[in-house]
Design a protein around this ligand. Structure first.
Ligand code: TYM
Length: 355
């Protein structure tokens, strides 16, 4: 049985194998833990994506050797309009830069620009059991009741995700809680491959925060905030009037107090968003709102969201004004990471006897 571990301490997670260490690395050698993460160019990102993932990516660029990817091959596992997909890809790149990702420090690229992702996914398919894939919650949710009509790509989505992570010898994968199972699968694939073909891949660990990893929908605190449910999500591009309306309509409960109580999921979710954006701990937030009602709380939460998003949106609009520059930057990102991806792919091919 593969060992399971959720170690979050980077000092304990440098699981580089001998083969991986000896492999030719295109990027300069680094002693920092390697981070890889990705995001789909479907719709605009929302504050769940921001609080669960994107802001950490930006904040920790110096702490880790990071690589970030816009995963358009994952996006096409569900039907996409080609022109919209192209536009969403550019606009997501602009948003990632606007929240502070610095492509000099952390290469940013488009998944389909590095063909090793799809190639390694095929090799990994050949060591992944159907039994593993049958357990994936995301497939069950996305395929819905009509599973027979779901694409093979949607079913295989997690294996492509494993390829993304493995190609860059990632030690840590910063994601929201909904991706936990996919990273467990990645670990299973790495362990099985290494067992069968000798130490080839690095065993990655998820980096999932205690708070903000599962922001819930504003209109239904039992479901996670999702790009496909606009009423329950605040998108990073939402103007102040829309933010105000969405927060005003956000589900509350019949009590009046602001507290971090798991039995009051709607208020817990809103209070958590406040606490994370204001960078104030729970006690301070509860104290601040003691004796105040939902009206004042919602007004302050709206102001905080607007103040957080305003500078991000200003920078985003500026970047969106120069599509050619964005495109050039993404292509340069792919050129920078491709040699490392190809070196890992070559290692896997050699190990399997097909090179
Ligand atoms: P995606 O595009 O759905 O989401 C991007 C990131 O945002 C996190 N997230 C959330 N965090 C908190 N609350 C929420 N409501 C919420 N919704 C989304 C996600 O967990 C994710 O970290 N399969 C991935 C993309 C991917 C990937 C990878 C990630 C492809 N290859 C390799 C890491 C490594 C996805 O669909 O993310």
């Amino acid at each position: 049985m593969p060992t399971k571990s959720n170690t979050l301490d980077p000092a304990k997670t440098s699981g580089k194998t001998q083969a991986a260490t000896q492999a030719q690395k295109a990027e300069p050698a680094t002693t920092k833990p390697r981070v890889f993460s990705g995001i789909q160019p479907t719709n605009n990102p929302h504050i769940g994506n921001y609080l669960g993932a994107m802001r950490h990516w930006a904040a920790e660029q110096d702490q880790y050797a990071s690589i970030f990817c816009i995963v358009n091959l994952h996006a096409i596992t569900l039907p996409q309009d080609p022109a919209e997909l192209r536009q969403n890809t550019l606009s997501l790149a602009a948003m990632l830069l606007a929240v502070g990702i610095d492509p000099q420090r952390a290469p940013l690229f488009i998944q389909s620009h590095v063909s090793a992702h799809a190639e390694l996914a095929w090799l990994l398919n050949c060591v992944s059991s159907l039994g593993w894939l049958n357990k994936m919650h995301q497939f069950k949710t996305k395929a819905g009741d009509d599973r027979e009509s779901a694409t093979a790509g949607l079913y295989d989505y997690p294996v492509l995700m494993a390829a993304d992570i493995i190609l860059y010898d990632a030690d840590l994968v910063p994601v929201g809680d909904d991706q936990r199972q996919h990273i467990e699968l990645t670990r299973n694939i790495v362990e099985r491959f290494n067992e069968r073909f000798g130490e080839t891949f690095v065993l990655p660990n998820p980096l999932i925060r205690a708070e903000g990893a599962r922001i819930m929908a504003l209109d239904d605190p039992t479901r996670k905030m999702s790009k496909s449910e606009p009423n329950g999500a605040i998108f990073l591009t939402d103007p102040p009037s829309v933010i105000k309306k969405k927060i005003a309509r956000a589900t509350t409960d019949s009590e009046r107090t602001i507290e971090f109580n798991p039995n009051r999921p709607a208020i817990l979710n809103l209070a958590s968003i406040y606490s994370l954006l204001a960078q104030q701990d729970h006690a301070r937030v509860e104290e601040h709102f003691a004796g105040k009602g939902y009206k004042e709380f919602k007004a302050e939460l709206t102001d905080l969201l607007v103040a957080t998003l305003e500078p991000i949106q200003a920078r985003y609009n500026e970047l969106m004004g120069d599509a050619a520059q964005l495109d050039g930057l993404l292509r340069a990102g792919a050129d920078r990471v491709r040699p490392q991806a190809e070196a890992t792919l070559a290692r896997a091919q050699t190990a399997m006897g097909i090179r």
